[in-house]
Design a protein around this ligand. Structure first.
Ligand code: ADP
Ligand code: MG
Length: 201
């Protein structure tokens, strides 16, 4: 079982992922969390340089680096699942599609690459939907914003890509939109409500 957290920067993914991990563990589930980009991995280190504006990357380079970062974990993720873990993803290839296809990378080709690599498929996507003005306000206290965290009109495009995937039910029909503007407690309660309907927790 793979549960993915999606949403633009500052939507609350990392916060909610941590809270859901604790919640599920308290109920006896084994939980593994993966977070992308993994800033200490082979490809993640390059992505980190890109996000902190040390280097510039073409959307194509960004796409393949992100996808390779996930591909490196594939075996590990499949092993966790076969041992009965619930795998939580703090961003996954749905982010790569949303962010890189918003810069012109071909959407259908992106889906083909993901299919070709047989990346483990999400069972549930929890989509924390929020407008970029509100979400970026939440990141104001950060010392240095990353490359995508500065551009409201770009994040609007990213949001539209998320909406497109949600409409299509890609990569799963269990795409759960959550109003992420609400308080932390309300957002979390909505997530628990939705997840527990699907996995009986
Ligand atoms: P993301 O991982 O999606 O970028 P984070 O979980 O890191 O977002 O949250 C960004 C900031 O917003 C953090 O300081 C977090 O405490 C705060 N935050 C998260 N969810 C909410 C919420 N529902 N309401 C207000 N602030 C929130
Ligand atoms: Mg985060």
């Amino acid at each position: 079982m793979i549960i993915v957290f999606e949403g633009i920067d500052g939507a609350g993914k990392t916060t909610m992922c941590k809270m859901l991990k604790e919640y599920l563990e308290q109920r006896g589930f084994s939980v593994a969390v993966y977070s992308y980009p993994n800033k200490s991995s082979l490809y993640g280190k390059i992505i980190k340089q890109f996000l902190s504006s040390e280097i510039v990357l073409y959307p194509e380079e960004q796409f393949f680096l992100y996808i390779l970062d996930m591909y490196r974990d594939k075996k590990d993720v499949l092993e966790k699942i076969s041992h009965g873990y619930i795998v939580l993803m703090d961003r996954y290839y749905t982010s790569t599609i949303a962010y890189q296809c918003s810069q012109g990378f071909d959407y259908d080709f992106a889906k083909h690459v993901i299919e070709y690599l047989r990346l483990p498929k999400p069972d549930i996507v929890i989509y924390l939907d929020i407008d970029p003005i509100t979400s970026l306000k939440r990141l104001k206290s950060k010392e240095k914003l990353e490359v995508f965290e500065r551009n409201i009109s770009f994040l609007e495009k990213v949001r539209n890509m998320y909406s497109q995937m949600a409409r299509e039910g890609y990569p799963t029909k269990n795409w759960i939109p959550i109003d992420a503007k609400n308080s932390i407690d309300k957002v979390f309660a909505d997530i628990v409500d939705a997840v527990c309907k699907l996995i009986k927790c």
